[in-house]
Write a protein that binds this ligand. Structure first.
Ligand SMILES: *Cc1c(COP(=O)(O)O)cnc(C)c1O
Length: 468
């Protein structure tokens, strides 16, 4: 038995993996990783995989990055953890100062949690609580976009709309207003992204006009709807949304958990619209992909609505045990240093251009409806029929074939349904981008040529889903 196999056996006898139908692993090998270095992951049999999806979108500067490693090691000798209620420490103060400094003007307060979903819970609860504190308790509901994803806890699921993740739990969820997404994949032929995103705003305007009295906040994934299939839209939508939220006295929550820290081409997506949201939720790349942590930034106005004598019971009595963990803060500080010292946002322009060039030919593929890109994210939408954009039935799991081919060739490309995408670490080279495009093209050829006999089984197939 190979080392891989033996670790796989031990794993499968005790673990329950995230977002996985465990029965899949009767056929699909699990890959035990022994070590990582830069863009590469290496398994126990010595095979290497180029991490094209940044290990679920977190790793921006490569695995085992020496600068981040050193910072964590130094911190480890000082202080591993202390509770953040009543206590403080150097890394959390420094990180908060820097987050306030690099995010748009007006976001002056930072609240921490230990993952993205709980960061979303905090923004939702704070918004709801704010309106109670200022005497408008009728503002309780949230407006969200179709095809959005904000995490897996119950309130975060409520504001999401990816059926695969939420349908089963419907009876548990909050009742939200769902507004059609500005998703430009769905734009009419020949229309620009900007015109389509602008047109789609009419739905949002109408919902806010009718319901603003009972709405606490609108929550969006700015520019890229990630888990919903890397669907993209134009920043004009965010600008119009900011204006409308001001007009109707509704909070704007930006979930930049996936897109923050350079993914869209700017440090934060909201910069492209020139706006400041009322809440900015950050996680994933915040710690360079090292440790779980989220930060929720908000305005002084919001903070002041909670600031009062204890007996008024206006305080935000929410906590997660590992809030502001010093090791995670150290990783985040090292990550911010790299952004600054290496002028990363500027350097990424060269890589983004190479991603455009390397995937350009795929637009002509008979089974590809669209190749789309925003900054350092490229997505390739495989379809059954190109002219009508008819999707493959999700049961065919075409993306899984791309995934399997890529693994053979030494790349970790894990599609979302029929959407193949690259979200690589920013330390990738131009040659490695060309390699990924080559592997993806082969994989798409194989996946779309295969005749698939569909076994329609109840239950949803991990995240190999059909978007939309
Ligand atoms: C990943 C993600 C989340 C949830 O973060 P977790 O750390 O997995 O809980 C929320 N919103 C968006 C946009 C995400 O991509």
């Amino acid at each position: 038995m190979s080392l891989n196999d033996s670790w796989m056996q031990r794993d499968l006898s005790v673990l329950w993996h995230p977002c996985t139908q465990m029965k899949d692993h009767e056929q699909l090998p699990l890959i035990p990783i022994r070590r990582g270095e830069g863009v590469w992951l290496e398994d126990f049999d010595g095979k290497r995989y180029l991490d094209a999806v940044s290990s679920w979108w977190v790793n921006v500067f490569g695995h085992a990055n020496p600068r981040i490693n050193q910072r964590i090691k130094d911190q480890l000798d000082q202080l591993e953890h202390v509770m953040l209620a009543g206590f403080s420490h150097q890394p959390v103060v420094e990180l908060s100062e820097r987050l306030v400094q690099i995010t748009p003007a007006g976001l002056d307060r930072v609240f921490y949690t230990d993952n993205g979903s709980t960061g979303i819970e905090v923004a939702l609860k704070m918004s709801f609580h704010y309106w109670r504190n200022i005497g408008q308790p009728n503002k309780q509901r949230f407006v969200t976009l179709t095809n959005s994803y904000h995490g897996e806890t119950v309130a975060a699921m409520s504001v999401g709309d990816v059926a695969l993740f939420t349908d089963t739990y419907k009876p548990l969820l909050l009742d939200t207003f769902k507004v059609p997404s500005p998703d430009c994949y769905l734009r009419p032929d020949g229309m620009s992204w900007e015109a389509h995103s602008r047109n789609m705003f009419a739905h949002m305007e109408q919902t806010l006009a009718e319901h603003h009295d009972e709405v606490a906040a609108v929550i969006v994934e700015p520019l890229i709807q990630g888990a919903g299939g890397m669907r993209m839209y134009h920043p004009v939508y965010l600008k119009l949304l900011r204006e409308a939220c001001d007009r109707y006295d509704v909070h704007l929550i930006h979930d930049e958990i996936a897109v923050g820290f350079g993914r869209t081409g700017t440090m934060f997506a909201c910069e492209q619209a020139g706006i400041t949201p009322d809440f900015l939720c950050l996680s994933k790349a915040l710690t360079g992909g090292y440790l779980p942590m989220a930060a929720v930034l908000t305005t002084d106005n919001l903070y002041q609505a909670f600031y009062d004598d204890y007996s008024t019971l206006r305080a935000f009595l929410h906590s997660h045990t590992y809030t502001g963990n010093p090791l995670a803060c150290a990783a985040a500080l090292a990550t911010l240093d790299i952004f600054e010292q290496d002028n990363v946002i500027e350097a990424n322009k060269v890589l983004a251009a190479r991603m455009t060039k390397a995937t350009a030919l795929l637009s002509d593929h008979p089974q590809v409806a669209e190749v789309r890109q925003t900054g350092m994210a490229v997505a390739i939408e495989m379809v059954q029929d190109k002219a009508s954009k008819t999707p493959y039935p999700w049961q065919e799991r075409r993306g899984l074939k791309v995934y399997q081919h890529a693994l053979q060739r030494g790349a970790l490309l894990r599609p979302l349904g029929s959407v193949v995408y690259f979200l690589p670490p920013y330390t990738i080279t131009e040659e490695q981008i060309d390699f990924l495009a080559e592997v993806a093209t082969e994989g798409i050829d194989i996946a779309t040529r295969a005749s698939v006999s569909v076994a329609v089984t109840p239950g949803a197939p991990s995240d190999f889903r059909d978007p939309g």
